[in-house]
Design a protein around this ligand. Structure first.
Ligand SMILES: C[S@@+](CC[C@H](N)C(=O)[O-])C[C@H]1O[C@@H](n2cnc3c(N)ncnc32)[C@H](O)[C@@H]1O
Length: 496
């Protein structure tokens, strides 16, 4: 369906400006690129076109649109801007379903038809492997689509703040809000401004209800909301984790200790939401919101939630990484198991193992599997997960892959027949790539959520390894993110 009215993202960015910012904006001459034909997509939800020998990165457009663009950044070889007028909508343009679309930083591709999203993700994988990786590749099959394109995430983190972002509609209506307290997501490019989320389509029940209840309780009981610049305020952040088993974990982050107030909110949530199986909290007095180095305590219930993926079960602790789209994680793991084609005799390494989920998933098909992961708590979970699944052929080590995986490691654990590697978005450290080349395993499965860094790493390995199979998987509908699985096999070398 084609949009008939200008949605939020086509309305010029408006927020309350300081008098100085207003003067600067007045002085700066507005540059408009007219009738730009939008041709492709880029990182961070931008679409791209070309004008005056420059790439134009556009917010709010989809490939196939013809638009006018107001440029807010102009450099020698590129410009960045947002759409001010939609002349011709792309046939792939659809109505966004979320009222926060265009204001909130998530789900930037809601206005792009899902099939078109998949085509662009496929192209991103291909371009990365060919242009960055300079690899010879077999045909890439279509991206494995997600059966569920809404409510697919099992984990969300909301920021609690006293810096609510006002939408243009709110400003135009002249309504001065009673309070600037908000619970939601960061406004893109305005790290201290929070979009007050009423309904988020990313996570199923009871995520929306719990978030809205925390806001309501905080407002009704005069709790202060966190001010990140001034470093003051009581309520700071909250995490919601849901599992396909029905278990729910809530973590509330406070900035300072006030046991009476903490317990009042936590007791209220426990009574109001009996479905919460793990109610936790953290008093985080640091400047930033990360909780990996914090003591997350249990108020009631268990200190983990139980998740299942096919034939294996997992306990997921408050700080542990777990694939955020459970249903697609199962599809992803089935592809990994299929590429691995294990016969029961193999010695396997699982690098960046998290809570040992891939390791536990394939352990029943190999002789032994060894996982490495930097987060201590995740490795504790991984060991417990192996026990939970009655696995006796796994070992797990906590530490950086590049430090743990030295020569003595291979001596102790035996050379691997297969290495599965699943690094974070930044890809593998160059030292890890070198270690893999020294290990020279006959086969490697490289799982990545960033085709660009995956291609960069594979480029360093291309003299020794060839790409046998590729399968992109859509784990994150309505975003530009794409997961990609690649099977490599060792080329036959002269000295083999
Ligand atoms: C993309 S996740 C993959 C987790 C796991 N394979 C799974 O499927 O759930 C990457 C993991 O690598 C861990 N990690 C990041 N950098 C690391 C490093 N240098 N050494 C070891 N682990 C690291 C993160 O904590 C995270 O658990």
């Amino acid at each position: 369906m084609i949009v008939s009215v200008l949605p939020n993202f086509l309305i010029p960015k408006v927020h309350i400006q300081s008098p100085i910012a207003k003067k600067v904006a007045k002085k700066r001459k507005e540059i408009i690129v007219e009738n730009l034909k939008v041709e492709g997509v880029a990182d961070k939800g931008f679409a791209i076109g070309r004008y005056d020998n420059r790439v134009v990165f556009v917010r709010g457009a989809v490939p196939g649109d013809v638009v006018d663009v107001s440029v807010y950044r102009k450099r020698k070889d590129y410009m960045e801007g947002f759409v001010t007028k939609l002349h011709t909508p792309s046939p792939d343009r659809v109505d966004a379903f979320c009222s926060h679309f265009g204001v909130c930083g998530g789900c930037k591709w809601q206005h792009l038809d899902y099939q078109a999203q998949l085509r662009h993700k496929w192209l991103e994988v291909k371009n990365a492997l060919v242009r960055i990786g300079k690899l010879d590749i077999p045909e890439i099959p279509p991206v494995l689509p997600a059966a569920k394109t809404k409510y697919y995430r099992n984990k969300l983190e909301f920021t609690i703040s006293n810096k609510k972002w006002l939408t243009k509609e709110e400003i135009d209506a002249g309504i001065e809000p009673e309070s600037f307290n908000a619970v939601g997501f960061h406004r893109p490019r305005a790290f201290d401004k929070i979009v007050d989320i009423q309904h988020c389509y990313l996570q199923g029940d009871p995520s929306n209800e719990v978030r809205n209840e925390v806001r309501k309780f905080g407002l009704e009981n005069n709790y202060t909301f966190f001010d990140i610049k001034k470093q003051e305020g009581f309520l700071r952040q909250m995490f919601v984790r849901t599992a396909s088993t029905g278990e729910v974990m809530i973590i509330i982050g406070f900035f300072y200790e006030d046991i009476e107030k903490q317990n009042a909110l936590l007791d209220h949530l426990r009574e109001r939401f009996p479905e919460i199986t793990s109610l936790m909290y953290v008093v985080n007095t640091k400047k930033n919101n990360t909780i990996f180095d914090q003591d997350v305590k249990c108020h009631s219930g268990q200190d983990f939630i139980y998740e299942e993926l096919g034939h294996v079960g997992f306990r997921v602790g408050p700080k542990s990484f777990f694939q955020t789209n459970t249903e697609q994680a199962l599809e992803l793991y089935k592809i990994i198991a299929d590429f691995a084609d294990l016969k029961g005799t193999e010695n396997v390494y699982d690098l960046y193992t998290g809570i040992g989920s891939i390791a536990c998933f394939v352990a029943n098909k190999c002789k032994h599997i060894t996982g490495i992961e930097e987060v201590d708590a995740a490795i504790e979970d991984a060991r417990q997960n192996a026990t939970l699944n009655k696995l006796t052929n796994t070992s797990f080590y906590a530490g950086l892959v590049r430090k743990i995986l030295d020569d003595s490691f291979a001596e102790k654990h035996g050379k691997p027949d297969l290495v599965i590697t699943d690094p974070p978005r930044g890809g593998m450290h160059a030292k890890v790539v070198n270690i893999l080349l020294e290990l020279a395993a006959p086969r490697i499965i490289y799982v990545s959520c960033n085709p660009a860094t995956q291609a960069r790493d594979l480029n360093l390995m291309k003299d020794m390894y060839k790409v046998d199979k590729i399968q992109p998987v859509d784990m994150f509908p309505h975003t530009h993110h794409i997961e990609n699985v690649i099977l490599l096999s060792k080329k036959i070398m002269m000295n083999d």
